[in-house]
Design a binder for this molecule. Structure first.
Ligand code: RIB
Ligand code: CA
Length: 344
């Protein structure tokens, strides 16, 4: 299995994002739009952090702030494959965007919905596309089940989801997988190379307060918005000693991996998604054993699907890549130098 993070050309890599914008999804969209290494072909929206219509509105508003009217946005699933939608507004605010009250976009989502938009964006790309789910994987599972032929033009899937150790939605499950475990299992087992950017690395990449405060004053609305979103993220997670010293880049880190894979360290192991009802539902069980276990010997349980699981990240490198990229966009001022200076 080739890794989904092995760029083969220096041309911008075609990417399609699937989002539940979302404070950190918004940061991810900013990076994807402004990175010269990426060619953002489409964004599909799914229920997760907020309801799908709010996610569409937030995504369009962020694209307006980026002056990126040409990126098509599709409205996808309103709820998981099984069970109700359970949002994360206690983290992302009532509007899903840290209550930034961005002006509503005049744009509309693409006709035909998210699944068709993803299908067309992938099949019409002259080069293989990297699909980047940053949300519950309901849309991606539906795409792969309805149009399996898209796998022929996918370079891979780089997803934010799961964890080797621990959870956030529950003690053992990460939100994107927990929200729709069946969809996650379908995606992992679809026969496309998958890189799993889980909580183990997601939680390490922060922008310190003295830096994001510098962004607040930037005349570029997108840079100023990034500063406010990072401040919101920091306010929400201050109680977590692991990440309390800054605002989480979150989903944006997964997109940075597509642009610069050498910032990430992965291991290739079987991953199983726990589907049984109960406290462990939605857990990603990463099997790092070196010796055959009795489960295999006695045929007790099927092994999971081989996945490139993130176990280490150059957090400062990701932070600097993100800041350099978004601050170099149109309208940015000298704040990028100030931001980097403060980081040292
Ligand atoms: O668990 C973190 C993930 O859940 C992030 O993608 C966040 O935006 C939410 O979707
Ligand atoms: Ca997300």
């Amino acid at each position: 299995m080739t890794s989904s993070l092995e760029p083969t050309t220096t041309a911008p890599l075609p990417v399609v994002l699937d989002v539940d914008t979302g404070v950190d999804d918004a940061l991810a969209v900013m990076f994807a739009v402004r990175s010269p290494r990426l060619d953002l072909r489409a964004i599909s929206c799914v229920a997760g952090n907020a309801d799908v219509d709010q996610v569409v509105a937030n995504t369009l508003a962020v694209l307006d702030a980026l002056d990126a009217p040409d990126v098509p946005v599709g409205r996808g699933a309103e709820r998981p494959l099984v069970g109700p939608s359970r949002d994360a507004r206690h983290i992302h605010g009532a509007d899903g965007m840290g209550d930034q009250r961005l002006p509503a976009s005049a744009r509309l989502a693409a006709d035909g919905g998210a699944i068709d938009l993803m299908r067309r964006a992938i099949l019409e790309s002259p080069d293989p596309v990297t699909l980047v789910p940053l949300a519950p994987m309901t849309n991606v599972a539906l795409l792969l089940r309805a149009y399996p032929e898209v796998r022929d033009n996918l370079a891979g899937i780089v997803l934010m989801g799961g964890a080797v150790e621990g959870g956030n939605a529950t003690a053992v499950a990460e939100f994107n997988v927990w929200h729709d475990p069946e969809a996650a299992a379908i995606v992992l087992g679809a026969g496309v190379p998958v890189t799993m950017y889980g909580l183990d690395v997601f939680s390490q990449v922060v922008v310190e307060a003295q830096t994001y405060e510098v962004l607040h004053g930037d005349p570029d609305p997108a840079v100023a918005l990034a500063g406010r979103l990072l401040a919101h993220s920091h306010d929400v997670i201050r109680s977590d000693p692991r990440v309390g010293h800054g605002g989480l880049l979150g989903d944006a880190g997964a997109v940075c991996m597509v642009a610069q894979p050498d910032l990430l360290t992965t291991g290739r192991w079987p991953v199983h998604v726990e589907l049984a009802p109960g406290r462990s539902r939605g857990q990603t069980v990463v099997d790092r054993r070196f010796v055959l276990g009795e489960d295999a010997v006695h045929g007790v349980d099927s092994l999971g699907h081989l996945v490139d699981v993130a176990v280490g990240v150059d957090a400062e490198g990701v932070r600097d890549l993100f800041l350099t990229t978004i601050c170099a966009g149109p309208g940015a001022s000298q704040v990028d130098d100030a931001a980097r200076a403060v980081q040292r």
